[in-house]
Ligand binder design. Structure first.
Ligand code: PA5
Length: 448
């Protein structure tokens, strides 16, 4: 039964389609109406241009003052010798940057004009840290790298420990290393105070903007701009999507419709949300989406303090790789997942399966076809399998994988999460239970 079947939005580049959604059209409309006051409120937040409401991250794409600060940082740190941008941060402080970097910049053909590479230090791992340090030690001058320590609170164990290890491994070779440090943290955190005292370049982000909503702030924009991303395009995409998702006409508001569809499935017991990416460079975007949904909607208490133990479990799948490990469960197992197929069908490719093949008797129908054509068929096959098994899915079609479409996607997901939290009566902006492990870790470290 497909009761809702149309292109939901036209003004954005990415298109959301509900192809197999087992819901009643009137119920979708009634639930969408529950969000009309909240949309009005979001419009007032956007009009204010202030950072007062928890939703204020929606004002980042139009923040020209922030862009001036970033411009100053670029003037100081960007140069023709820059080879490596090191991001020392975890969770909301690095996942957005990694999502955009891996999708848009990482695999670009860099033979003629190499762009600076971003190296990430997030978890504590001797092996990864040593690799990162070894790479930086191949530089002959400190100008060849920039180290961006990012911690909103300024008190995250992994980030501070990783920075200390990297700094102490490099300081002997690069005596002017302090010139190459950028610290991004909230004003007046302990890190802010230490960093300004040491005269490191120190930049802030609005206190009210939480880590997982901070990709369009200095947190994401500085490392991405240093690595060569056109951040205006990223912000342009974000703004375009923001405007589409703040409109009151439910029919054409993609984040609202996606939130409603997800919420109604959740109410019907479909409590797993599968983001199924068919372009492997979007895997890190999947991890960012997972954090956003996990931390924003996984809550012990609702907004009025009643214990609810609520949550939608986000999972990430990569096509076609995971079809060879998870498809059996997805198609044959419990009907407890709502899937979003996210796909860009590549048009340009010099590669094709040759017509004169080495193994012509194996697999018919592939001669002369590009990897994109093969993937189109796989995605089509997956969609058929979902329909055949009566499993709900929506698709997000990406016309390109670019700074602009990534801006749209990230903004879409953040607004969808805010709408979902509103429908579920949850606070989308706190993460009180993350402290459970953080304080335990600190206690153990202090006692040993
Ligand atoms: O989204 C969040 O709030 C968290 O994932 C944080 O970003 C993460 O714990 C890192 O915190 P901080 O930026 O304070 O070091």
């Amino acid at each position: 039964m497909i009761l809702y079947h149309k292109n939901m939005n036209q003004s954005t580049k990415i298109q959301l389609k509900s192809e197999s959604v087992l819901l009643d059209k009137n119920e979708i409309a009634r639930t969408a109406d529950l969000l009309s006051d909240y949309i009005q409120y979001l419009n007032s937040v956007a009009e204010s241009q202030k950072y007062e409401a928890p939703e204020s991250s929606i004002n980042l794409p139009t923040d020209n003052k922030m862009l001036e600060v970033i411009e100053q940082v670029l003037l100081k740190f960007k140069n023709a010798q820059l080879k490596y941008v090191v991001v020392v941060g975890i969770g909301g402080s690095n996942l957005g940057t990694m999502a955009v970097y891996d999708a848009v910049l990482k695999d670009q053909n860099q033979q003629t004009n190499p762009l600076p590479q971003i190296l990430f230090a997030d978890t504590v791992s001797a092996k990864s840290l040593q690799n990162l340090i070894n790479i930086l030690l191949t530089c002959s001058k400190a100008n060849e790298f920039a180290i961006n320590v990012i911690s909103k609170s300024g008190g995250t164990t992994e980030t501070i420990a990783n920075f200390e290890i990297i700094y102490s491994a490099l300081r002997e070779k690069f005596i002017d290393i302090d010139r190459r440090i950028i610290v991004t943290t909230e004003i007046d955190s302990k890190l802010w105070l230490e960093s300004t005292a040491k005269k490191w370049s120190t930049v802030s982000l609005p206190n009210i903007v939480g880590g997982r909503y901070s990709v369009f702030s200095t947190v994401g924009l500085i490392p991405l701009a240093l690595a060569g991303l056109n951040i205006q395009e990223l912000l342009g995409g974000a703004l375009q999507m923001r405007n589409a998702c703040l409109q009151s006409d439910n029919q054409f508001n993609p984040a609202l419709l996606s939130a409603v569809v997800t919420f109604l499935h959740y109410k019907n017991g479909v409590k797993i949300n599968n983001s199924f990416f068919f372009n492997p460079e979007l895997e890190s975007l999947g991890k960012w989406c997972r954090q956003l949904m996990g931390e924003s909607l996984g809550k012990q208490f609702d907004s009025v303090g009643t214990e609810v133990r609520a949550g939608i479990t986000p999972i990430v799948s990569i096509g076609s790789t995971d079809l060879h490990s998870m498809a059996q469960l997805y198609f044959g197992g419990p009907k407890d997942k709502l899937t979003t197929i996210i796909y860009h069908s590549e048009t340009e490719s010099k590669l094709t399966v040759p017509n004169e093949r080495m193994l012509p008797s194996l697999i018919v129908g592939i001669n002369g076809k590009s990897p994109a054509k093969l993937m189109d068929a796989i995605v089509g096959g997956v969609a058929e399998a979902y329909k055949m098994n009566g499993l709900p899915y929506v698709t997000l079609q990406l016309p390109t994988i670019s700074a602009e479409t990534l801006g749209e996607l990230l903004q879409f997901k953040m607004l969808e999460t805010m709408f979902l939290a509103h429908l579920m009566n949850l606070n989308a902006f706190d993460q009180p239970n993350v402290e459970d492990y953080k304080s335990g870790t600190k206690k153990l470290l202090e006692s040993t």
